[in-house]
Design a protein around this ligand. Structure first.
Ligand code: NCD
Length: 356
């Protein structure tokens, strides 16, 4: 939060969430448990009581400088509304960007409308590093909603929640990331967070040389004790996968999109026979590109296709984060209202289903 210098990575939360959220590196395991548990309580309160008013008086500015977004932006809006807060949806197309105003000047100005330590920014930018720049400028809290090809840490909150709900022990599972690993920023947050949670085996299946992962990420995962494999053929690893996490080709990151389309179209398509008999859950941060789909339509019928459940977790995890960053919790709200929560700890003791 606001300092003259650009802050590369803010401090770890360590139980105190009242700061910017730019990277999964900021999360301790306990912090992640807290967010996931809060998310369950948020869901239970919203579904059973319709009442989770925690953020009255808090204003959030959604600045999507890279404008396309459905799930991230809309789930944040739903989260804010459910929590009783308000948001301002910045419109890039009609903003003074057209007149040449920079991202930095825009953030400086919008920050003057917000109240430090109360309000927040939710920011997406197509250029990696701009989130750190915004955090250096703004006094209001900054949440990273997509930093070019860098990180997308709130997506990792929902991805990891979805995975931990399904597996008794993460140490035994094999997670396969498939598609444009190089450009897919969700992978760059979700893989390191899974490593932190104890996942010991990961495979990166990039079906084209130019979509392969950044060696820095591979090195960091190795140092975190993950056995990492790379392949260009999903079939080699599908039978031994517990999760197949697919990502679309990020054409917008290529200068000549027509050339990129000619090169990559069809490469990241999973056909039913490629994963036939596999026990794997199939995940995707979405969207799918209708010109270059990742899933043959048959795959949507598989019981392991949990893409919609994954997306739904976006609202609950983002509610949890927003509440915690404002220093408020659904747990405390339930206490105040005299609502009894029954925490049903799952087999692994990780997650918790909640009844009201
Ligand atoms: C992703 C993103 O924007 O990084 N989508 C999302 O936030 N759910 C994935 C993508 O665009 O491919």
């Amino acid at each position: 939060m606001g300092s003259a210098e650009v802050t590369p990575t803010p401090r770890q939360f360590n139980g105190d969430f009242r700061t910017d959220f730019l990277s999964v590196d900021q999360l301790t395991l306990e912090d992640l448990d807290t967010i996931h548990r809060e998310a369950d309580i948020m869901r239970a309160l919203a579904q059973h009581r319709g009442e989770v008013s925690l953020l009255q008086g808090h204003v959030y500015d959604l600045v999507f400088w890279e404008s396309p977004s459905t799930r991230t932006k809309e789930s944040f809006k739903h989260a804010i509304i459910r929590l009783g807060g308000k948001f301002v949806d910045f419109h890039l197309e009609s903003s003074s960007k057209e007149k040449g105003e920079t991202f930095e000047d825009t953030i400086t100005m919008l920050d003057s409308y917000l109240v430090a330590e109360r309000d927040g920014f939710i920011i997406r930018n197509k250029e990696e590093g701009k989130l750190a720049a915004a955090a250096g400028i703004a006094d209001a809290i900054v949440i990273n909603a997509g930093d070019g090809s860098g990180e997308h840490p709130t997506q990792a909150l929902l991805d990891t929640k979805t995975i931990r709900e399904r597996f008794p022990s993460l140490e035994e599972i094999h997670v396969v990331f498939f598609g444009d690993i190089k450009g897919g920023r969700t992978v760059h947050s979700t893989a390191p967070l899974l490593a932190k949670m104890g996942v010991k085996r990961m495979t990166f299946a990039a079906p084209h040389e130019e979509l392969r992962p950044d060696p820095h990420m591979i090195k960091a995962l190795g140092e975190a004790d993950v056995e990492v494999t790379e392949t260009d053929d999903l079939r080699e690893v599908a039978q031994d996968a517990d999760v197949i996490y697919a990502v679309r080709t990020q054409y917008e990151r290529w200068e000549d999109q027509a050339v990129a389309r000619a090169k990559f179209t069809g490469k990241c398509l999973i056909m039913p026979e490629m994963i036939k008999g596999s026990r794997a859950l199939v995940m995707h941060p979405l969207p799918e590109d209708k010109e270059d789909i990742n899933f043959h339509p048959e795959l949507r019928k598989l019981p392991g296709y949990i893409v919609n459940e994954q997306a739904a977790n976006g609202q609950w995890t983002r509610m949890a984060l927003l509440g915690l960053q404002a220093g408020k919790t659904a747990t405390r709200l339930a206490e105040l209202y005299g609502i009894k929560l029954k925490l049903l700890v799952t087999q692994n003791g990780n997650g918790c289903a909640v009844t009201v």
